[in-house]
Design a protein around this ligand. Sequence first.
Ligand code: FAD
Length: 384
Amino acid sequence: MDFQLDSLQLELRDALRRYLEAEVAPMVHAYEAQSLPVPRKTVMAMKDFGLLGGLLPEEVGGFGLPMTTYGMLICEVARVWPSLRSIISTSNLAASVLVEGGSKHLIERYLPGILSAEKLAAFALSEPNIGSDAAHIETRATPTADGWKVNGRKLYISVGTIADVGVVFVKSPMADGKQGVSCLLFENTMPGFSTTGIPKMGMHSCPLGELLFDDVAIPAANLVGKEGQAFSLAKKYLNVGRCVVAFSALGIAEAAYEAAVKFSLERSQFGRKIAGFQLVQQMIADMMTLVETSRLLCYRAADALDRNAPDAQALCSMAKRYATDAVLRVAETSMQVHGGAGYTALFPIERYYRDARHLSIAEGTNQIQSMLMAQTVLGVSAIR
Ligand SMILES: Cc1cc2nc3c(=O)[nH]c(=O)nc-3n(C[C@H](O)[C@H](O)[C@H](O)COP(=O)(O)OP(=O)(O)OC[C@H]3O[C@@H](n4cnc5c(N)ncnc54)[C@H](O)[C@@H]3O)c2cc1C
């Protein structure tokens, strides 16, 4: 098995890295400290590197990248600005659902705006009473003469307060009287729609929101996928989402590890660089191993997705669980190497920890990933 990046991938990675370091890195601290959303033009600039619609086919305006290349790019962005990474991957997730289930008319109407980042898109599944148990959605869509009337609340929605459009998962009555999960495309200008920001621990430049749907009329043409069958649409992209989260964790872990290496070579105590102390070297070796094992699992999962391999689901869950746990240990160890400096906002280490902390919760908690992995070998579900 060969996980070497080819020359084209390396060229793309290096170009993105140069851009991020020169144009984006200098603004991160000030924006995060003031909780200012990532500027729209910074999101737009990511298009040039294949990051907007990266996985989508070229026929619809995407780049048709394999997951290994897209993951590599996501890792680069997360290394510099996790909030920017989250905005990009949330918009891409909504775009993928739209392309998978939307009519030609709906795709033509909304996709170009999302792929140019003129419109930011949200993916609204979670609710106040619905998190891990995502199938039991409570937001209701009632059929009307020309579409749907939507009522309910969506909670912890990334980009929620600044999204122009989004896909929302609702329960709708089926012809046989049962309730099925449907997906509808909404706009933030629809009467009855409103959002409230939710303060959080990190990722301050990617606002998190609660979305309120109060008798929001959504046209019939905005149905994405088949009525009552949209839960499979949401599930289909969960594996991709988990792999993306794993690469994001890898990016933050790389940044925290590299910062520790640099600091240990610069900081002196007892008349010598702290890099020369064996206990500091042990911390460096621990971080190095965690970063490298995360990288192996990320690329292994991405490769399995690209090949549509039968073990792709288990590997995506494994990469997600492992890398999102590992990044916290790396950030924590990097803080220890930095001593008091690592705890202050004068260095980015405490931000790495705060920005990484949600990754073991979002896109399916790590407990859910454990159960999904075990289920693939045991054939027994711990959930239903
Ligand atoms: C920063 C951030 C961004 C997010 N962005 C989005 C978004 O864009 N769109 C969206 O729809 N959602 C989003 N979410 C929501 C996220 O997907 C949910 O938080 C996540 O699925 C967990 O749901 P919950 O918070 O309701 O926790 P719960 O499901 O209530 O879980 C609470 C605890 O119980 C455990 N648990 C639950 N069920 C079981 C079980 N059967 N067995 C063992 N343990 C169990 C969990 O692992 C967890 O430890 C985001 C969350 C965060 C923090």
